[in-house]
Design a protein around this ligand. Structure first.
Ligand code: FDA
Length: 486
């Protein structure tokens, strides 16, 4: 077991952790990044499956994601636009595929009117919200008490309008059933992208991809850190209180003591933060002693780590109100992009279909054609009760309703299932349950003693996206730099 000392130890080599580590290194601090997996990138994973390069995790960049755009430019990477020429496809409640161009999809004029009116209402509400502190809005408590689905159904009894409006932050973003999260959580999701209208505009939100794959971002960031990124190092324990951390005596645990004995917690937290060795982080093959730590992983995974002393009451409670959404990202590669021959852009969606949305995801310069489709929340749960063959058949059947029978015969087929990934446990990211955002949101990013926090799942701008992860990485590094200067 190696024993090393650094100014800051970063736990998690995703976009957030690697951004923070680079900022700290640039400012002259020594760092070590401990990563549980045998690769960097976390939810960014560009892999080759049966000869096809696939983006198994995050991939798209939208024009408002300035932190990601700056990082991509700094690393010398280039981007290209998603293919979008031709007609899009919408499948309505009658199951019929209808082609359309422009922003509005083919629904009855009354439904279109309702969708337009509610969209305008939502845009006005979102404009009043600061994505970095949605809980500060005067109506935050009220908006956090009602589910997204219930609020929409209070606005109209047009079911098709509700399903389509709900979809943008439900299946397509938070990837949870729309009765399980609040209107406020939905408004945060929209505010993080600038407006509700942005969120439903695929040409905005799914604008560009990085040539060669988005995982190059964490890979190149890690390259700059060299040997200070340690793979296969799941962190199991963090000793962070006062003397035990300062002396590095990891056996000097307070776990299990009565709550009364922890009354001096605040004092010890402050002592740890101001001491020169505030935290000892124990991974499978290395122990790192540092002045500060950054937990750069999804908050749903904090409970996998044993904290000594335990995290305070507020964190224990708060973290139980955050959970991961779940979506299956389906990749289907064909010998050619056959849908383009039919004048289709590849953009297709329906709140009535198993694959609620799908796009042309052909790689830059590739003569083969790739479709990417998404199956979300309860539909995804249900599919995983089936055999792999049945699941594939059901998914391809759904794609064929958008693109025709040829969609049933890909040459490569792959399902990204982040629910089985031990160090992620869902996709795309985590959100609060009903009422949780207003109750705990303001505390989510607050450091605990020498432990700072960074992750896309606690971002304001760029929430649940790589852009948000990078912004949170910069913020956590800045917080530590301010403390070291102070
Ligand atoms: P992330 O989870 O990436 O990193 C945390 C790291 O911590 C991981 O490497 C993990 O292994 C490690 N870790 C966890 N526990 C540990 C422990 N105990 N010890 C050591 N290490 C530990 N975004 C976007 O902008 N555009 C998009 O198109 C998409 N699409 C998309 C599709 C799919 C299928 C997914 C799953 C996600 C997306 N996203 C996305 C979301 C985006 O990928 C995500 O928000 C960020 O990559 C998250 O970066 P973080 O660094 O915050 O966490």
């Amino acid at each position: 077991m190696d024993d090393i000392t650094r100014d800051v130890v970063v736990i998690g080599a995703g976009a957030a952790g690697l951004t923070a580590a680079n900022d700290l290194r640039t400012a002259g601090l020594s760092v070590a990044v401990l990563e549980a997996r045998d690769r960097v990138g976390g939810r960014l994973w560009t892999d080759t499956v049966e000869g096809a390069m696939l983006e198994l995790g995050g991939q798209w960049v939208s024009p408002d994601q300035q932190a990601l755009i700056d990082t991509v430019a700094d690393l010398g990477l280039s981007t290209y636009s998603r293919y979008r020429e031709g007609d899009s496809v919408y499948v309505g409640p009658d199951g019929e595929a209808k082609r359309f161009t422009g922003e509005m999809f083919p629904v009855a004029p009354e439904t279109e009117k309702v969708i337009d009116e509610i969209t305008a209402r939502l845009d006005a509400m979102v404009a009043e919200i600061d994505p970095d502190e949605p809980w500060a809005h005067p109506s935050a408590a009220e908006w956090d008490k009602i589910s997204w689905d219930a609020w929409l159904r209070q606005q109209t009894d047009d079911d098709e309008a509700v399903r389509n409006l709900a979809f943008a932050t439900g299946s397509a973003m938070l990837t949870k059933p729309t009765h399980t999260f609040s209107l406020l959580q939905s408004l945060l999701m929209a505010a993080s992208a600038g407006s509700y209208s942005h969120l439903v505009d695929a040409d905005f939100i799914l604008d560009k991809r990085v040539a060669g794959g988005l995982q190059q971002v964490p890979e190149l960031l890690a390259e700059r850190l060299g040997d200070d990124v340690l793979l296969n190092q799941p962190v199991r324990r963090i000793v962070w209180g006062g003397d035990s951390a300062a002396s590095g005596r990891s056996g000097d645990s307070v776990t299990g003591r009565r709550v009364d004995d922890l009354r001096d917690l605040t004092a010890r937290v402050e002592a740890a933060a101001s001491s020169s060795a505030g935290v000892t982080v124990i991974a499978d093959g290395v122990t790192v002693r540092a002045r500060f730590a950054i937990l750069a992983l999804a908050p749903v995974l904090y409970s996998r780590i044993s904290f000594e002393p335990p995290l305070p009451r507020l964190q224990h409670q708060m973290h139980q109100h955050i959970s991961m959404g779940f979506v299956i990202k389906v990749h289907a590669v064909y010998d050619r992009p056959f849908w383009r021959e039919q004048g289709l852009s590849g953009t297709a969606f329906s709140p009535y279909e198993l694959c609620h949305e799908a796009y042309d995801n052909t790689n830059l310069g590739d003569e083969r054609g790739t479709l990417v489709g998404f199956v979300s929340d309860q539909n995804a749960d249900d599919l995983f009760r089936l055999s792999a063959e049945e699941r594939k058949e059901r998914i391809l059947e759904s794609l064929s309703r958008y693109y025709g029978p040829e969609a049933k015969s890909p040459v490569v087929y792959y399902e990204s299932d982040w629910g089985t990934e031990e160090w992620t446990r869902g996709a795309y990211a985590a959100s609060f349950d009903l009422g949780g955002l207003h109750r705990y949101g303001a505390d989510l990013r607050e450091p605990v003693g020498p432990i700072h926090l960074a992750c896309s799942d606690m971002a304001g701008a760029g929430y649940q996206h790589v852009d948000g992860a990078i912004r949170q990485g910069h913020r956590a590094a800045q917080e530590i730099l301010e403390r070291t200067r102070g």
